[in-house]
Design a protein around this ligand. Structure first.
Ligand code: SF4
Length: 219
């Protein structure tokens, strides 16, 4: 079966195509070390690097674990059941540049994970110090993250360096075990974090995903 993530990326890109984003080549403010993804998305990166004949860059070994306490669906479970969100749900933000950045450009652009595809802004965030997106797009981003996790059950989720260290056998057994310990298991979709007025937009998105992939995404 062909990987599903690129299909989901394409539907998300089509839905957000009409927005006038301020982002462009060379603007890499959001290309930090705080990128998270599923192992299915990580495998696309590893396969791409093999195809083009590159090996993985040296992966950072952080003294402080870059680990969130909750996946998107883990967070959704708490929200949907009215439970408190623990403080450690947010992982520490690492502002160092992403190790795939070369001269301000992404060196794995065709297979960059969804997190990178969803870091957009309608204002120049180098000037405003803050990204801005329409509220509906923020909701669509959360739902897309939930869906990517749901479709990679049996896989895991975590920071880019940990996911790649886990997938790459060449990092050595100790690095592989340490990376695996930092990942969280992907969870099934428990329901969507969507306001009633956003439901038609989300239903349209899910119908397009179904049309493109043939998979039943959810009711
Ligand atoms: S993977 Fe590419 S797009 Fe994503 S943060 Fe790194 S350099 Fe930027």
């Amino acid at each position: 079966m062909a990987p599903l993530a690129p299909e989901i990326y394409a539907v998300f890109a089509a839905e957000s195509a009409g927005i006038d984003f301020a982002c462009g080549p060379g603007c890499a403010t959001c290309c930090t070390r705080s990128v998270t993804l599923t192992t299915a998305e990580g495998q696309l990166i590893v396969d791409f690097l093999h195809e083009v004949g590159f090996s993985l860059p040296e992966l950072p070994r952080d003294p402080v674990p870059v680990r969130s306490a909750l996946t998107s669906n883990g967070l959704a479970v708490l929200c949907l059941t009215g439970q408190e969100i623990p403080e450690e749900a947010e992982s520490p933000w690492l502002f160092e540049p992403c190790f795939f950045l070369r001269d301000g450009l992404c060196s794995i652009y065709p297979v960059r994970p969804f997190a990178c595809r969803s870091f957009n802004s309608t204002v120049n965030c180098r000037e405003s110090a803050m990204a801005e997106v329409p509220e509906w797009l923020a909701t669509l981003t959360i739902v897309t993250n939930q869906l990517l996790e749901h479709l990679d059950q049996g896989g895991s989720w975590g920071n880019l360096s940990d996911v790649l260290a886990f997938l790459d056998g060449k990092q050595g057994e100790a690095a592989n075990i340490a990376a695996r310990a930092r990942l969280l298991p992907n969870l099934p979709l428990p329901g969507l974090l969507v306001m009633p007025e956003e439901r038609p937009m989300i239903d349209r998105f899910l119908a397009k995903v179904r049309e493109r992939t043939g998979i039943e995404t959810m009711a």
